[in-house]
Design a binder for this molecule. Sequence first.
Ligand SMILES: Cc1cc2nc3c(=O)[nH]c(=O)nc-3n(C[C@H](O)[C@H](O)[C@H](O)COP(=O)(O)O)c2cc1C
Length: 371
Amino acid sequence: MAGNTLGEVFRITTWGESHGPAVGVVIDGAVSGIAVTAEDIQKELDRRKPGQSNVTTPRKESDTVEILSGIFEGRTTGAPISLMIRNADQNSSSYDNLRDTPRPGHADFGYAEKYGIRDHRGGGRSSGRETAGRVAAGAVAKKILSEFGIDIVCHTTRIGGVCADPEILNNLPFEAVKENIEKNSVRCADLAAAVLMEAEAAAARDKGDSVGGVVEGMIRGVPAGLGEPVFDKLDADLAKAIMSVGAVKGFEIGGGFEAAACFGSEFNDAFEIRDGKIKTVTNNAGGILGGISTGEMIRFRAAIKPTPSVSAPQKTVNTAEKTETEIVITGRHDPVIAPRFVPVGEAMAAIVILDHLMRNEALRLLKNKQK
Ligand SMILES: Cc1cc2nc3c(=O)[nH]c(=O)nc-3n(C[C@H](O)[C@H](O)[C@H](O)COP(=O)(O)O)c2cc1C
């Protein structure tokens, strides 16, 4: 199995399966001397962990991080940072009926076809549990980015048919978004819409169903000049990182798909001088032009599909017997993934931005030398 690593300079490799002893991450390329404690990492893992509310899976995991290497007396040493999160509350027997029956909408069929062997207990590497390693690495990346004044927040803007009010969101300062999302279980910054979203998720759960959502990401404080202009465009790398999370089905940057309905004269962001700095009047570009950050707020959106595991009976096949059959999924599942994606999206964005910041450092040093 290839492709468990992301990044060029700040590189993360996640490992572990949903129903094995543990999941975790190895971070290569972290700079030394940065203050990172287990509490910093735990805070982010606690935002991701299951069993937090009635719109997340009731699987109970403490998700306690164990720092195996790379952090000494609360500071990064520059050595690889290895972080482990033990799995505690696996209930593997509820997956027995999945041995030869792929779940519709899940990764089972592709896995079996590709590898010929599949850990049927909870999806193995395709489980949402794999994201614990990403979030742990993201906590380290966020800590390093904070030294550069870069901050990231993701927030739910839609669950099923309920959308946050764009006007309310537009008028909310970044800090208020961060505060508001911790006040409700769906992590929506529009508090009135959050109540309706919670009801939408609960209604899906009560019917034995699930529901999709949209999460927006905002990255503040990224200087102009991050990103490479061809294959490693900053928006392309963000798209890859976000789309690499299970259940993400769409990615937009700035105006996104709405751009298709606009005229150039309205979509282009005019430049102006504000407080002595070059800024843009609007930000339809979402903070990235030509693959390179402009210094404006980076804004992206991810469409998250409804959780594939629903308890209503579904049509599938028995791959061993080559017969059609029905499946009833009994494990514990999230009725909506979007709120749990929030800390994962922040982590993925942090990892990409930090990687590009570190890649840019060589260029910056060279430019300073030439001055
Ligand atoms: C944080 C998180 C939690 C998830 N929880 C569940 C779950 O409880 N049940 C489920 O069937 N899928 C869950 N998923 C989604 C599956 O992992 C995903 O749909 C599956 O791997 C197939 O990948 P794809 O949807 O990208 O094609 C979760 C995903 C994430 C990111």
